[in-house]
Design a binder for this molecule. Structure first.
Ligand SMILES: *Cc1c(COP(=O)(O)O)cnc(C)c1O
Length: 361
């Protein structure tokens, strides 16, 4: 067995949702607004009339790639489709990293970056985020060495939820050797509302070492179908294509993603609802004296002294949130309004109780 694998802790997936499951999962940043009815109807039609379960799917994802290319105004030669961004992260790591090379990541960040680097026998170089959760650009530049092969930038970052302006990302890229690949993970970019030009896509016109990553799992509400993609220079795209498995994305998943891409009105509605609820949670967190990071995503990362009790109290009324990313911190997928009402009621009560106990001491 490869020695590096001996030290790897496997990713612990979410417990499966079954017919008997009750409660609402707010721990994996899936869409709480479901999937567009238009997508569901289109899929039923696809199953009834077009699906050939016995045939391999289109190995090039031609129709989906055309739709993605048109949507972003890039060429088809710049698009790679994968089984979720998870697979894309693994493909990129395989393509770029060699044993003994270095991967640069900010801490905390999405666990797959580090996991895939370990599998390739890379050294992880981690730089703590600033106290407000944003990237520490100076510290990141300081840790670049001649062995640096790949930098991961989640934007907005998971689990901090913070969004970095594209001008800051560009300033950082300018200070790197062009041999360093910069992968910008935009899994949550649709949720950014502070600017109309949130994506770093325009950097592709200038920098061949930049990769832009997107997924249908979050805003598009298609986590179950596992579709993600990369937009990059034609030569980078060609490299990834060489090592990608030939029939990675199933036909039904390709169709689901195509349909989702043309349901922008529905997506916009989800983004706006998320924006409103995110603002409401920001206000509540200030009111309850929580420490939290400014989120532009569909989740918010925060801490209160009674975090463990809060997680339990929410669990008791049917809501599961993510803990264990940092001691005493909670990552909450922003719930729908009616669920937020119930959860904030519990929060208020625990906060009151905590204040009361503090006053007695
Ligand atoms: C959820 C998530 C992914 C993985 O998404 P899939 O397309 O479902 O594999 C990638 N990056 C980040 C930052 C995520 O939060």
């Amino acid at each position: 067995m490869k020695e590096c694998i001996e030290h790897i802790k496997p990713y612990v997936p979410e417990a499966p949702i079954t017919k008997n499951s009750h409660g609402i999962r707010l721990s994996a940043n899936e869409s709480v607004y479901g999937t567009a009815p238009f997508v569901e109807e289109g899929l039923i039609e696809y199953i009834q009339e077009e699906m050939h379960a016995n045939r391999y799917p289109d190995g090039n994802c031609s129709t989906l790639k055309e739709a993605i290319a048109a949507f972003h105004d890039v060429s088809i030669e710049q698009v790679t489709v994968a089984v979720g961004l998870d697979e894309m992260i693994s493909i990129i790591s395989r393509a770029v990293l060699t044993t003994g090379g270095e991967v640069l990541i900010s801490q905390p960040s999405f666990a797959e970056y580090a996991l895939q680097a370990q599998i390739e026998g890379s050294h992880l170089v981690t730089v703590p985020a600033k106290d407000n959760g944003y990237y520490d650009w100076e510290a990141l530049v300081d840790r670049v060495t001649p062995r640096t092969q790949l930098v991961w930038l989640g934007n907005p970052n998971n689990p901090t939820g913070t969004y970095e302006k594209v001008e800051f990302i560009e300033a950082f890229i300018k200070r790197l050797p062009s041999s360093v690949v910069v992968a910008i993970d935009e899994a949550y970019i649709d949720f950014v509302t502070s600017t109309k030009e949130a994506s770093a896509l325009r950097l592709l016109e200038t920098y061949d070492n930049v990769l832009i990553l997107r997924t249908f799992s979050k805003a598009y509400g298609l986590a179950n179908f596992r579709v993600g993609y990369m937009i990059a220079s034609p030569s980078m795209t060609d490299y990834m294509n060489r090592i990608r498995l030939p029939y990675n994305v199933s036909g039904i998943a390709q169709r689901a993603a195509e349909l989702a891409l043309s349901s922008q009105v529905f997506i916009q509605g989800c983004v706006e609802a998320n924006h409103e609820e995110r603002n409401r949670w920001g206000k509540a967190l200030r009111r309850y004296e929580a420490e939290y990071y400014a989120s532009e995503a569909n989740f918010i990362f925060f801490t209160v002294p009674y975090a463990a009790e809060l997680v339990k109290a929410w669990h008791d009324i049917g809501y599961t949130v993510r803990e264990g990313l940092r001691p005493n911190w909670i990552r909450l997928t922003i719930p729908r309004e009616k669920d937020g009402d119930l959860m904030l009621g519990v929060f208020k009560q625990l906060h009151k109780q905590y204040r009361h106990e503090q006053e007695e001491i």
